[in-house]
Design a binder for this molecule. Structure first.
Ligand SMILES: [Zn+2]
Length: 97
């Protein structure tokens, strides 16, 4: 069992801290957060945590925690592709009959 904790990163002004949400074990759509990757500095005084996620199809993808929470990632991209292929198959069925 892993401990739940949150990470704080120090802003360059030295006075403020930014909280990095701990995402390990969380599930977003078909993505499960399996590993912490790194905290990257995006801009001055802005940090983002990146997490390795495993999609239900088995592929892995590195996602930004904030975007996961906003629902921007639901899968590695395969869900979108599957929906597209299903539409193509539906259309073919219609044209063939
Ligand atoms: Zn996938």
């Amino acid at each position: 069992m892993s401990a739940r904790y949150e990470v704080l990163v120090r802003h360059s002004d030295g006075a403020r801290w930014q909280e990095i949400k701990y995402e390990l074990g969380h599930v977003y759509g078909q993505l499960e957060v399996i590993e912490f990757v790194e905290v990257r500095k995006l801009r001055k005084n802005e940090f983002a945590a990146f997490w390795l996620c495993r999609c239900s199809c088995g592929k892995k993808k590195v996602c930004e925690g904030r975007k996961l929470r906003k629902g921007e990632y639901k899968s590695c991209g395969c869900a979108h592709l599957r929906a597209h292929l299903q539409r193509v198959r539906d259309n073919q069925g219609r044209f063939a009959s």
